[in-house]
Write a protein that binds this ligand. Structure first.
Ligand code: NAD
Length: 359
């Protein structure tokens, strides 16, 4: 990988702050990136990963922090975008002292950055972080598991996609193909069944998740992983891993609407969003439709109430309709339109503050 010219990169993508930290007692090594705090403190989870190089860790952190800016802005939250990566093997590095050392660095940012759990970190780990900083969310006994809220947001996103396609948001009688019945896919299928959806197909690679579905919803039909994309259904809901929509899978898709929870579901955001647009497929952008998780932790900051978090996740429906309208008006992909939508919100709030009002 070519050496990254950090200030050029910061200028090009408008990053505010990149912090490297090292704790001599625990060996903690990490990077926190604050991309943009126009709307509020930068919020983003902490990922532990055994990166091959420091460069790779930095590039990942920059990319993830920037993604958080767009996700929160599009979700209508008063949050900016940030992220932390801790470099190391999660199986080796974790300890109370390690996370407390990290918490002290988070505190040193004085609330400009709020952390939460992410890949290889848990609510328990965050409870150690919370011993040293006020700026951590997603704690045990607070907002809890975000997956039901994420799935609820996806459910409303599906309704928006159906409305765009058929002029009716009703899921009754419509058919669905769900890839992945883990946390979010499982809850999504429950919501669809509850709402009287028509045929539902799912695929999984975890036998426990297959048997759970067979037991709880025998009418939901299992298909093999490579069959899910080609099913003749109304909605394809990718709820497994990133990169699921790519050169190989997109040509197989028969569903006119794609709406699922998976992050970074387009292998190449530019190329594959255009490919979907050219095939006339309505794609609900991942960072808009799966914002239920961040909406859920945001409510922890403003005083947690599950019903209010769920109601906020339901607003994903209107947001997607606005984004579809931008895409149509500008002749751009829904993914590009979602970026425009998020950037417009950041810009409009920035403009709002150009006069001085004492508070
Ligand atoms: P999860 O691990 O609980 O579920 C994913 C499921 O997909 C697993 O059961 C796994 O066995 C299955 N799977 C993986 N590869 C598969 C394949 N090729 N074919 C079929 N099944 C496959 O994860 P989750 O929390 O449900 O998250 C799913 C996606 O949604 C991820 O991309 C995640 O980043 C994103 N997301 C989740 C949340 C949340 O609140 N959990 C919030 C935002 C985004």
């Amino acid at each position: 990988m070519a050496q990254i010219a950090i200030f050029d990169h910061m200028q090009q993508h408008q990053f505010e702050q990149v912090v490297h930290f090292f704790d001599r007692s625990t060996g903690l090594k990490g990077i926190t990136v604050i991309h943009n705090t126009t709307l509020g403190p930068a919020l983003g989870g902490t990922r532990i990963w055994n990166y091959a190089t420091e460069e790779e860790a930095l590039v990942d952190c920059l990319r993830l922090a920037r993604g958080m800016t767009y996700k929160s802005a599009a979700a209508g939250l008063n949050l900016g975008g940030g992220k932390t990566v801790l470099i190391g093997d999660a199986a080796q590095v974790k300890s109370e002292a390690y996370f407390r050392a990290f918490g002290r660095f988070v505190q040193s940012l004085n609330g400009r950055y709020i952390t939460a759990e992410d890949v290889n970190t848990s609510t328990k780990d965050m409870s150690y972080v919370a011993m040293e900083t006020d700026h951590v969310v997603g704690l045990e006994g607070k907002s809890g598991n975000p997956s039901p809220v994420t799935a609820k947001g996806v459910y409303h996103g599906i309704r928006a996609g159906l409305f765009k396609k058929y002029g009716s948001a009703d899921v009754q009688g419509r058919s669905f193909a769900v890839q992945g019945a883990g946390q979010t896919g499982y809850y999504l299928i429950n919501y669809l069944v509850e709402a009287g959806a028509g045929d539902i197909f799912f695929t999984e690679i975890n036998p426990k998740h297959i048997s759970r579905m067979r037991l709880e919803h025998p009418q939901v039909r299992y298909v093999e992983p490579d069959e899910i994309f080609g099913l003749d259904v109304d909605v394809l809901a990718p709820c497994a891993l990133g990169g699921a929509l790519n050169d190989e899978t997109i040509p197989q898709i028969k569903a006119p609407v794609i709406a699922g929870s998976a992050n970074n579901v387009l292998l190449d955001e530019e190329a594959h969003s255009l490919m979907l647009m050219n095939r006339g497929i309505i794609y609900c952008p991942d960072f808009v439709i799966n914002a239920g998780g961040i909406i859920n932790v945001y409510h922890e900051l403003i005083g947690y109430n599950k019903d209010r978090a769920m109601a906020d996740a339901a607003r994903i429906y209107d947001r997607l309709l606005d984004i579809f309208a931008i895409a149509e008006k500008e002749g751009i992909s829904t993914y590009a339109a979602a970026r425009v939508f998020a950037e417009q919100r950041i810009q409009s709030i920035r403009n709002l503050r150009d006069n001085y009002i004492p508070r």
